[in-house]
Design a binder for this molecule. Sequence first.
Ligand SMILES: Nc1ncnc2c1ncn2[C@@H]1O[C@H](COP(=O)(O)OP(=O)(O)OP(=O)(O)O)[C@@H](O)[C@H]1O
Length: 622
Amino acid sequence: MTSAGYGAARALDADGPRDDGTGALSRLAPPARRFLARRKGVLARLALWSLAESGQAFLVGYGVARSVDEGFLAGDPRRGLLWLAVALVAVLSGAPVVRGVFAQLAGLTEPLRDGLVRRAVDRSLDRAARGGPGGTDRAAVSRLTNQVEIARDSFAGLVLTLRSFVFTAAGALLGLLSLNPALLVVVLPPLTGGLALFLCTLRPMAAAQRRALATDEALGDHAARSRAALRDLTACGTGPRAERRGADLVADAAAQARTLAGWATVRTAALGVSGQLPVLALLVAVPWLRARGVSAGALLGAFTYLVQSLLPALHTLMTALGAAGARLLVVLDRVLGPVPDAAPRATGPSQAVSTACHGRGCGTGARASADVVRPVPGPAAPAVDLRSVTLSYGVRAEPVLDALDLRVAPGEHLAVVGPSGIGKSTLTRLVAGTLAPSRGEVRVAGHLVTGRAAAELSALRVLVPQEAYVFSGTVGDNLAYLRTDVRRGELDAAVRVLGLELLVGRLGGLAGPVRPAELSPGERQLIALARAYLSPAPLLLLDEATCHLDPASEARAEEALTARPGTLLVVAHRLSSAVRADRILVLDGVRAVCGTHEELLGCSRLYRDLTGHWQAGPPQRV
Ligand SMILES: Nc1ncnc2c1ncn2[C@@H]1O[C@H](COP(=O)(O)OP(=O)(O)OP(=O)(O)O)[C@@H](O)[C@H]1O
């Protein structure tokens, strides 16, 4: 499986323990029993029509046997023809029987369809309500349309064939018994053996079907996410990556379809063997049967039972169980089974946990994170968790980041420093989820960020880039852009702590107009910082977002943002900014070193060089 496909399938695997059909079967048995118990009348009428099918199957073989033994071989062709007419009437009576069965079938399939649609809608609404915009269940469209129809058709096919097999087999076996019990001794072993062999293939086939559906949903989800994020994909230049991922998912879907086709081949082979063996056994056993007094008519009747009734019914049953049965099990489990994990919601700041390179002395991210526990979404999850993250901007390009491990605790303030072009912005974009790693995984508050929809990402983090974004509107609109329900008092407080009083006063207060072209880059940055300050997201990413501020304004803004509940990751461009952080990550080529200011002065030559460069004077940038 491709990496993208693997990721998608893994994400879908998180929906519940559905690795084989056993778990699904035990989950679905109680609702299935309740569903059938409420429809006893329909089932009884269906059974009555099916009894007619048993009689029909019985008469076909019996009529042929009697026509030979009592008619043609006994020199009474009139009697023979009469018995043949009985067999013919039995065959022709099949049409009204099928009509009666179909009329009753709707009483089972339509309530099933209605129930599944109701369930899919309820679940999707519930998920959206729990998860807010991020909880949107895109796979619901697939469940509501494609999968419900699959379930209805599969169920109808299954009821038809299962019922037909049971009643036809009962009629045919009764007929064989009435002709001569020795016939059963020859026919039954290959018949049941073939059936048992076929049943063994059902579980792996169900698993393959489940994976095929999971891939189908992942593909639909990817298409929906890509469509929603078209502008971001274009802006970030990640279109080709999204395209590659889509191609991976398509390839994955094709691979799953091939696997399913493989199982279908195995099943057809089993069917061929079990379908032909009883006839062969009967032929081989003719002398043995004749020695036990089986008449020629009984033999012909037995062949008629096999060829006309038993084997076609078995064939249809196997085909239906193998395809429709496996499909039904999987689809029902997806619609009725355990509710998938809700999409991430913004988690508030929580207790600090150990970080990747915490402690005395420097350490590379990779080395220091070796002892970390598996991240679990929830309050104790690290604010940022990078695992073996590698990023190359091209297939043959040198990686900008190579196997980087980094763990930032909730509430921590981390500064990222390094020479120009080393990958600082790349790192923030990876954490922000606007750039997908070539390898490895990036989690924010325990949630994988790669491939998430913009609405889900904005609940997790805010990224403030160097070129701040402000728009034409009021000052209040600009500040409350990421939190529309903000109170007036909170707006005033943000203006105060970030030092925007003069600017806001000059613009005419919170209701004053903002004309982006008339603001200096520093003023635009102040507005963007105040907006980020008010955002409910637990993680702030500042990518040189204070570079146009004077040192005093920068210090004031950073102190306010540090005091805000949540985690702060700052790409620092001044020594003062780095020193203010709890820890500093020094990017050095594809190596990364992390520690406190003092630790790094002792162990990182690059950091010493950078601080020397900063201290050397203006413009104090690296
Ligand atoms: N979209 C892109 N396509 C190809 N290469 C890119 C892209 N973005 C960045 N790079 C390259 O990746 C490397 C890291 O860039 P990045 O912007 O992350 O560095 P930086 O440390 O933030 O630099 P600065 O401090 O100058 O902002 C650079 O060599 C850059 O040329």
